[in-house]
Ligand binder design. Structure first.
Ligand code: GLY
Length: 355
């Protein structure tokens, strides 16, 4: 897989103009959704001579629009806009834009250059980096896609002021996850912060530290044959919470689901690998105080376990696969937890969450 250039800077326009000068594309396209078209694109049009002259492609916002229709719209706009193999696509938006724009870039004429400019904390810390691209299909998330890295990712805190505190906390959960799978120092630094009061310079430094954790893992295992599964910490239980919330017709932000999923999976880590209880309590307290609780009763356990069983990360139909930790930074992938242990972990989760 090619080298991905990660740029951490709030001077997004100059870096983008320099990249365009370096690659000298035959034509430049900018992909936005309805939100970034309104709130972010005008800033860049003002500041960047290349964006001012680019052809803009707009898709509807939201994960339900990360679909084949939006993808066809992007391909059509590329054809009608005269894109060639030497054209370049700038994906300006959150995870939906970088996922679908990346896939359009990976597939159009068998691949054109693309650059991701994430505009949410969640996409800056996760989706925009590491080459996972794709769309939802037939009711399944990210069912069709390709591993294909952006030429460059420009990560800034410029656009975070347009985000709600819920969106910031959602992204911060993935940063905590990166802390947990890296080392005690990094993790402690993340856990010491009050997300609502991090200034933009400090957030940029924390973002860099967090994204570099992901970058190192992706470089080792770009196509998720092994250690990249470390990045799934919190996600088996987290996706089950997300699916249950969808079933209840009351969706929760992805990062919140991951935050609660981290608590469940560290309880399992404590049960199976003796992950220290003091660290578990510290994390559960932070999550409860900042994210509140996702309410479940024991009547939800079977449904949650069913969702976990059907998670894409499971290679076998019956076993439920987790990434666990023995200590902060001591990662164990492909851990199997029996149903009884999962139910006990959900009981303990409810104790931590005071429900
Ligand atoms: N979001 C996890 C990964 O990129 O592997």
């Amino acid at each position: 897989m090619k080298h991905q250039d990660l740029i951490f800077s709030n001077d997004v326009a100059s870096h983008l103009d320099a990249l365009v000068e370096k690659y000298n594309p035959s034509k430049l396209f900018v992909l936005v959704d309805e939100n970034t078209s309104k709130h972010v694109l005008p800033m860049l049009v003002n500041e960047s001579k290349t964006v001012a002259n680019a052809t803009v492609i707009t898709i509807a916002a939201g994960d339900t629009n990360k679909d084949i229709e939006s993808l066809m719209h992007i391909w059509t706009q590329l054809v009608e806009g005269g894109a060639t193999r030497k054209s370049m696509l700038i994906n300006l938006g959150g995870g939906v834009v970088s996922d679908i724009g990346g896939f359009a870039g990976a597939t159009f004429k068998r691949g054109i250059r693309f650059v991701n400019i994430p505009t949410t904390l969640l996409s800056a810390v996760d989706a925009a980096v590491g080459g996972k691209t794709g769309i939802n299909f037939h009711g399944f998330k990210n069912e069709i896609g390709a591993f294909c890295e952006a030429e460059a990712v420009i990560i800034s805190t410029r656009f975070l002021e347009t985000l709600s505190s819920e969106e910031l906390l959602s992204g911060y959960a993935e940063m905590l996850k990166h802390g947990l799978i890296s080392n005690v120092d990094t993790y402690n630094r993340f856990l010491a912060k009050d997300v609502a009061n991090i200034d933009t310079d400090e957030m940029l430094q924390l973002l860099e530290e967090s994204v570099m954790v992901k970058k190192r893992i992706v470089e080792e295992d770009p196509t998720e044959k092994g250690i990249r599964r470390a990045l799934n910490l919190g996600h088996t239980a987290g996706h089950a919470f997300e699916s249950l919330a969808l079933q209840r017709k009351s969706p929760i932000p992805h990062g919140y689901a991951v935050a609660w999923g981290l608590v469940v999976e560290l309880i399992l880590s404590h049960m199976q690998l003796k992950f220290p209880s003091i660290e578990l309590t510290r994390l559960a307290t932070y999550i409860y105080e900042n994210y509140g609780a996702f309410h479940i009763t024991c009547d939800d356990y079977d449904a949650l376990i069913e969702f976990m069983r059907h998670d894409k990360k499971n290679d076998s139909a019956n076993a439920i696969n987790f990434t666990m930790l023995k200590q902060v930074g001591d990662i164990h992938i492909d851990c199997i937890a029996p149903e009884d242990d999962i139910k006990t972990a959900l009981d303990i989760y409810r104790d931590f969450m005071h429900i």
